[in-house]
Design a protein around this ligand. Structure first.
Ligand code: ATP
Length: 234
């Protein structure tokens, strides 16, 4: 279990996160929802050691709070950042191989590559294409596929549906469910609260740097406050 205790982040004296507590249990899909600027990305970046933070991050009891990002990745915690950061000059296949650079289990790498190509047939068709020439949606798929190649225990995704056409949004959420079914724990940050809560075992709601609500995804979906503020219903 990944446990985040009393997490705070500030940028130049401005508090972006204040005393946030989260628990991500093994083999669950957990989502963190909230409006623009609520602190969702900052939470993920703090867990990965990408921003200065206060508080404690433990994984199966081991304290990760002061580890470097690369060592956090080695523990199996991986972030797919917002905005499709792929290596544009490399092909699809090269990007995927790079995702596995810390591994040397050749058979496992091959199996995971097959899994990624099964999940994203589009990537298989375009395996020799330079990533910079992929469409936005295809680059997003590649970013998710590359993270899967690290064989993560916990896959954290920052707004994977952002900017995708509705049909691809649907596809990316069903792919997230499939990745979960393959045995991954998922921490999903989304502005698409409805879709995220529909697939999540548990959800947290962040407002201006603090958690204001939490509960099973299905309960949050019917919560009046969530409906009004995040689902466009009242
Ligand atoms: P969005 O959904 O719009 O991406 P978010 O919930 O992910 O928002 P964060 O990106 O975590 O929110 O930002 C939280 C707050 O911290 C915002 O007010 C943002 O402007 C601020 N912030 C984030 N990164 C920095 C930075 N490097 N320097 C200064 N302020 C920052």
């Amino acid at each position: 279990m990944l446990k985040i205790e009393n997490l705070s982040v500030s940028y130049g004296g401005i508090n972006a996160l204040r005393g946030v507590n989260l628990q991500i249990e093994e083999n669950k899909i957990v989502t963190l929802i909230g409006s623009n600027g609520a602190g969702k990305s900052s939470t993920l970046r703090a867990i990965m050691g990408l921003v200065k933070k206060e508080g404690k991050v433990t994984y199966d009891g081991e304290d990760l709070s002061s580890l470097k990002t690369k060592d956090i990745v080695k523990k199996g915690i991986v972030l797919v950042p917002e905005g499709r950061k792929v290596f544009s000059n490399l092909t699809v296949e090269e990007n995927l191989i790079l995702g596995a650079y810390t591994r040397n289990d050749k058979d496992g790498i091959k199996k995971d590559m097959d899994n990624v190509y099964d999940l994203f047939p589009r990537l298989k068709e375009r395996s020799w294409q330079k990533s910079g020439t992929l469409s936005g949606g295809e680059q997003q798929m590649l970013a998710v596929g590359r993270a899967m190649m690290t064989k993560p225990k916990i896959l954290m995704m920052d707004e994977p549906s952002l900017g995708l056409a509705p049909i691809l949004v649907k596809e990316i959420f069903s792919i997230i469910k499939e990745i979960h079914r393959l045995g991954n724990t998922i921490l999903l940050v989304e502005q698409n609260a409805k879709k995220a809560l529909e697939i999540a075992d548990y959800g947290y709601v962040l407002e201006t740097g603090s958690l204001v609500l939490e509960g099973p995804g299905k309960e949050l979906l019917v919560n009046d406050k969530v409906k009004e503020a995040y689902l466009g219903e009242s």
